[in-house]
Each structure stands twice: as structure tokens, then as C-alpha cells.
Design a protein around this ligand. Sequence first.
Ligand SMILES: [Ca+2]
Ligand SMILES: [Ca+2]
Ligand SMILES: [Ca+2]
Ligand SMILES: [Ca+2]
Length: 459
Amino acid sequence: MLYPREHSSNSRTAVLVAGLMLFLSASPLLLHSTSTPTTFLDSEVQSSETGIIDPWTDGDQPWPQAGRTPDRMSVGPAHSSSGGAGTDVPANASELLTVIEPVVNWVYGSYSIGTDALGTPIADLSDQISTESAAAERCGGSSLFTVLIQTVNVGGNDHSFLRIIEGEDSSLVWEVDLGATEIVKASPLVVDLDEDGKQEILVVYDAGASMHVDAWSPSLECSVTGWSSGSNSGDLLWTYSDDELRISSSEGPYTSNLLGGHKPTTQPLLADLDLDGDAELVIAAIDEISGDPVVVALPLSAGSAPTSLWESTLEDGSHPSDPAFAQMDDTTGYVMLTTTEASSGAMWVWKIDSQTGDQKWGGLSLMNLDGDTDVPHIRLPGPVITNLDDDSTPEMVLTIPTDADGASGVDGAEYRGLEIGDGSELWSFEAVNGFADAPPIVIDTDADGKRDRVCGVTW
Ligand SMILES: [Ca+2]
Ligand SMILES: [Ca+2]
Ligand SMILES: [Ca+2]
Ligand SMILES: [Ca+2]
């Protein structure tokens, strides 16, 4: 469901790209380093231990957002072929058992693409279920829940429904009608806004020529007769609206309904911009009048709709990427993202002070001169913040999605490792062919704290 519907009829072929990052052979000195390897996560822990408050990182949800954490690392739970709890209770497993022979456990409903969003959160909502003890196991028990957005025809108009599905037996647990919105491509976000243990859900979408952010606080009600899934409009905490912005662009090669109606859309970001222990929301949007990308930072509370902390207009490019967050030390963080110009394929990377919105680089040109004007497709993949070398500050992996010669094999998407400090390039490599709609996964195969493999998909 992460892929556009027209793929099955497209003649381009999916290409799995694995890039081997031969850091060690390129830098033999690293082999002789005697210092203890430090991962980015380690450095986060170290920096937080020296302060009074731990920065917010991911709310401890199983998959709280697209890309899961503010660095967009997409790290899954620990698993191996020897994992699992055996005959013990599943919660006592130290790591999960690798799924070697997957079978379909359940299918919810008949909506052909499952969910409109580009990410599918999994949430622990056990603290917000009202039930009676006799119905506890029927009513979620120890289940996790998934959050979907589905389009439903209501009185002749397409409406978007936000739905929570119970993960054990696929029951519809809770739903609300968001109204006649544009297709909601931004993944819902799961975050506890008021730190009461009950998770809230944020949804960012365009409707009626405005960008909206809804904050929902789902109360799940269940009895021996099952879930009461309807009548939840009272669970809306607030809506933030901006009639000058939109999160989806009407400009793109597949925006026509015949081609799936894919308006390039960014994924919202939860990150602790001021490193004070709670999450803020970052949205990479587009100014409706000027067409410039605009990054908006919103403080989050359960009480009332926010007023923006800062807005930063990016002067180069027509489309922004998903934003990511890089914490550099105890007091410094940056919102990192790229932009592309649809008329030329040119790209820039941006480094924005997370507390003030000040741009540190202007747009740093990535000198992408291949002239692919067919960009971006579904979304512009954003930076992945990770550790690539011996210093404890993070680096970033950027995706340049362009493939100027289409199905011909001379050009393909490009991936680059860059320092966040000064933007200098550590390495780059090109896919053998194909365009990139998704950022890569960056892997540390030998657990030395330096990420040594990049794995991505092009088509
Ligand atoms: Ca809450
Ligand atoms: Ca904060
Ligand atoms: Ca580093
Ligand atoms: Ca090509």
C-alpha cells in the first residue's frame, strides 16, 4: 500500500538497490580506532544524561509515525531466526521471531488500497479502553491497534474516514468522518499530547483550499456485545487551519485521477525541537500563492489549537521533502529537508535551527543537473539522519530521486552521505536504474555504531 496504484501497469521494473559502503577499505585508519564506538542513539542517551530532562524521541509507540523516529531511521523491532518466546508468554521474548513463512492473519474490509496514507501507525491504546472485566479479552485485551485512512462515498462525495482497527481480530474500534478532504496521504501521528497515558492522533490534510491539522483523543468503548465505533466527533481536541498553505502539491506527473490522483505530499514530523521533553509538530508545506515551500513548526498541547512557533520559507524549489530532525548536542537541533524544482530536477538541502526557524545554509545546492522534469512522483524522499563515521554527531543520507533517461539504464536515483555540520559529502552512489519515491533504510551490519549499508527501492 506504499505504492501508487498505476505501478502494476507501468512498464518500469522495480529495482532493489543495495549499496555497499566500503568505509573501512576507504579509511583504513578506522580499523585501528581504539575508541569505543558510539552510535547516534548512544550519543542521545549520553547528552540527555547530562541534562535534567530527556528529549522526546518517539513516545515508545510500536510504530508511532511514518519513519517512526525523528531521524526517520525506520528501525524495526529486534528480531532474529532464534527469537520469540518459545513456550513462554510472548511478552517475555527479548526479540521477535523472524517471519519466514508469512500468512494472512486477517483482512479488514474491502478498500482496495487499504489506507490512503503513506504510513500505517501501530499504537498501544490499552489505557483508553472503557470496558467491563467480563469483556476485557474480547475488548482488545493486550492487542495493538492500527490507524487507517479510507475514502468512503458519502452522499455522492468522497469523504476521508480516520479508523482504528483492533490488531487481533480486525474489528473496527473507532472512526470519524473527516469530511470532503483531498486524499489524505500524510501518515497519522500517534503522540500523547498531555502525557496522561492516553494516545492522541494527529492528522494533517488539505480540504476547502486550506491545510488542516486535527488532534483527536480517541476514547474506545467496548462491552460484551463488542465495540461502539461511531459517534466520536466529541473526541476532537482541536483543529489548526492555515488557508495560505497546503501539504499536497497539485503539480506532479501522476496527479490526474486516471493515474491515481497522486498529489506529491510530505509526511509530518514529530520531534522535540526545543529539547525540553515533549514533541512539537513540523510540517513541510507549500504556499498556495507563491508556490514556495514553507516549513511550519507547531507546539502541541491537548488544550487548544496551537499558534506556530516559526515558519520558514524556502526560496528554492517547488516541492519540499519529508522533514527530519537531527540533534547535534545538548542544546542544538536542526530540521533537515530537501527541495526540488519540478521544472528542472534541481535539488537543495536545507538546515533550519529547530528552535528559531533560522536557515543555516540558505539552500545548499546538490548540483543535480540531469534535467529530469518528471519530479517528484508520490513524494520527495527526505533525509535519513544517522551515524556514518567516527564522530558522535550525526550525518545524513539524502535521496536524489531523478532518473532522467526513464527505463534506460544509464541514469538512476542517487544516494549521498553528507555531514550535517558543513554539508560536505562523505560518499555517493547511483542506483543501476529507476526513480526513488522512498528514502532508503540505513543499516549497521557489524554493530560498530557506524552505518555501513544503504538499502533502497527504485522503479
Ligand atoms: Ca493524552
Ligand atoms: Ca519540546
Ligand atoms: Ca558521526
Ligand atoms: Ca534510468
